[in-house]
Structure formats: C-alpha cells, structure tokens
Design a protein around this ligand. Sequence first.
Ligand SMILES: Nc1ncnc2c1ncn2[C@@H]1O[C@H](COP(=O)(O)OP(=O)(O)OP(=O)(O)O)[C@@H](O)[C@H]1O
Ligand SMILES: [Mg+2]
Length: 302
Amino acid sequence: MLEFWREQGVSEALLRGVEEYRRRYPWQGGRGLARPRYPYYGREVLEAAAAAMLAGENLLLAGPKATGKNVLAETLAAAFGRPDWNVSFHINMDAASLLGTDTFRDGAVVFRPGPVYACASAGGFGILDEINMARNEALAVLHSLLDFRRILDVPGQGRLQLHPAARFVATMNHGYAGTRELNEALASRFVVLQMPPLDGEGLEKLLGAEFPRLSGKGRALFAGLFLDLRQKYENAEISGKAVDLRGLLDALRLAELGLPVRRALDMGITNKCFDEEERNLVADSISLRISPHMMGEALFAR
Ligand SMILES: Nc1ncnc2c1ncn2[C@@H]1O[C@H](COP(=O)(O)OP(=O)(O)OP(=O)(O)O)[C@@H](O)[C@H]1O
Ligand SMILES: [Mg+2]
C-alpha cells in the first residue's frame, strides 16, 4: 500500500510518519486488517488525509456519490495497518447500536459491545459511513469520543478511554434525497476534506486497473464519455443521476461479459434517469461516442 502511495508521489515525510505509526502500534488482535477493494487515486487527498490521521484528528470526507470516500477510508486503515469497523448510519440508529447493549447469555447479563465501542477499545479505524443520515440525538453519544476528552460513557459499563491508535473517518454525501446537514457540534469535531472528482487521467488509470483487458482506446473512450456526462451536469443540462462512476464500472463489467456496450451503459447509467426527457439527453450524449452495434469484444483483449 505505501509503495503505491510512493508511486503516486506522496511526500516522504508523510510516508515516514505512517511507518512510524505502524511501528508504534503493530496490530496484534484477531481481527483481520482492512483490505480495500480498490486503490485510491489522488496524491493531494492522500496526503491531506494521512496528515490528519497522523495528527490524531477525526476526518470527515464530504462529496458527491462515487468519489471514493469509502475507498479512501479503507485505504487509510490499510496503510496505517489497522482493522476497520464500518458503521452505516441511518435514520433509526440509536446510541445502543453504536455503543452496545446488555444481553442475556447463560442466564447472566453480559455486555455486547457495539461497533464504535469495539473499535475505540481495540484501536481500530472506525468508518462512520453517511454520518449525516442519523438523528442528532443518536450522534450526541459520539461528542465526548470525538473531542479532546476521547472517552465513551457507556451506561452500566463505565468509562472507556479511547485507544491511542484509534481513528475515526466519517463520510457524508450531499445531494442524495434524505441526506441532512451535519449539525455544527459534530462538524466542529472533524477536519473536513471535500472529495474532488477524478480527472481524465485518474479515470483512465482506474479503468485500466479495474479492467486489465480493456484497451487503451477503450479506456480513453469511457473516460471521455464520463467527462461528457459530468460536463452536461455542470452545465445543468442533466441532473447528477447519470454521473455515476460506480454505474460506469458496472456497465463495463456487463460489456466485458459480452453485452452490447450501449445496452450495458443503459443499465449502468442511462436507466438511472427515471425522467424520460433526461434519459433521452443522456442516451444522445452516449450515442455520440458509441454506435448501437459496438460489442465489448472490440474493446477488451482476449
Ligand atoms: N479517487 C478515486 N480513486 C479510486 N477510486 C475511485 C476514486 N473516485 C471514485 N472511485 C471509484 O468510485 C467507486 C465508488 O467508490 P466509493 O464507494 O468509495 O464512493 P463513495 O464516495 O463512498 O460513494 P457514495 O457517496 O455513493 O457512498 C469505486 O469503484 C471507486 O473505485
Ligand atoms: Mg460511500
């Protein structure tokens, strides 16, 4: 992981800092280390995020969908050599589902730790996913954990002091229906990164890494297509629904299996626009680059 960071040009001082952290806190627990499914591309973001972790800050990753927020959070845990605990926040989240609950086992009451408690005591990387989706009352239990006090007060369990290796990385998406603002008390406990979308070069690298058989021409074609859609979104011609990198990757997986490229893109991208007029705009944009008969074979090497 750190080798890949070095290739991307992450500063030696930061790399040394991460190595030193790893020496200070070698993981010896039973839980496996974080294993991100994709590498994260973007030197500046990696540097900023690594610095935040080294400083012991809590980090909030804010940005539109599919900008690699979760990939980055897992990448950080892996680079720092710690296991991750992922907590998906939702509207019905309560304090007990974060901290833990008392349950019965063999006739006795035992405490079953929740993910935040387990992470805080083991010194893991807690990924607080879509943190703005929860109600403020549920989030209030995190206040003392995320400020200088670094403690969790658990009813019946007493006080847990945060393990010095533990870090918290939250993600937040603005723009989805149902997302809310993060309240100020919580926001002030984080340093914040606004996640930039990948540029053309980054997109081509990602496509190449994800689809080793995709030709150079194919990489350029799909990166260009995606940038077209993003441009249309920025010009307010279409909504953000079609600007979905995850959907593009899904479509490529279908095309690689043999589906005509246009139909694969319909499923991954175009059909996510439920408004017919918008769907037509997206389809028009795609048809400028991709003929109705193009098959995956033309772009993927055997
Ligand atoms: N800078 C990047 N580096 C690597 N992968 C990226 C990057 N930006 C986007 N991706 C890709 O986007 C896809 C989605 O990534 P991820 O799930 O981390 O996004 P997210 O920001 O958490 O999205 P959401 O807000 O929808 O949850 C993955 O396939 C990932 O590889
Ligand atoms: Mg996410």
